[in-house]
Design a protein around this ligand. Sequence first.
Ligand code: GRF
Length: 202
Amino acid sequence: RRVAILISGRGSNMVSLIEAARAGDYPAEIALVLSNRPDAAGLDRAKEAGIATCVVDHKAHPTREDFEQAMDAALAAHGIEFICLAGFMRVLTDWFVERWSGRMVNIHPSLLPLFRGTQTHRRALEEGVLVHGCTVHFVVPELDAGPIIAQAVVPVVPGDTEESLAARVIVQEHKLYPHALRMICDGTARLENGRVVFSRGW
Ligand code: GRF
């Protein structure tokens, strides 16, 4: 499976996917890292790892549709079959989401369906939840609402700050995303009629 990772920032999840995919038995090849921001730190990290990169700057495109057409063309040019969103900070149109339906996943730093959107760690602390975590899900038009593929849980402990909680969650993100991508690419988890179906041992 030829996979593209879409980023906007530091790309720490991207690095974890690149490293996992180096294993000989990993069912995906990271064939492209695409950023909508020319200054994303993750671009340099991808280049250092020898991965093809490309920038599709949303500011250089008059409309969202135009921006997404340019992304789609870049993905096609690299023969991409599957997309991982990893800190990609642009909302995607229904057109793009439907086009990649069942072939695009995202990682979100909360236990969905709790805390969709941004500032998940701050909101988790405000709500007083005692467990928190991260979720990998298929992307659907509604933000952070797609069928869940995998989750990891962390405790919230007394004295936690947004930063300490984020640090605990990101460690789990870096394990969860490679695990989830493996399950999707080897057929253990797939999207059928809007639900995730698991096979092999489930
Ligand atoms: C992660 O917390 C991810 O869950 C969220 O954005 C952040 C990206 O971090 N979607 P990084 O760029 O992978 O370091």
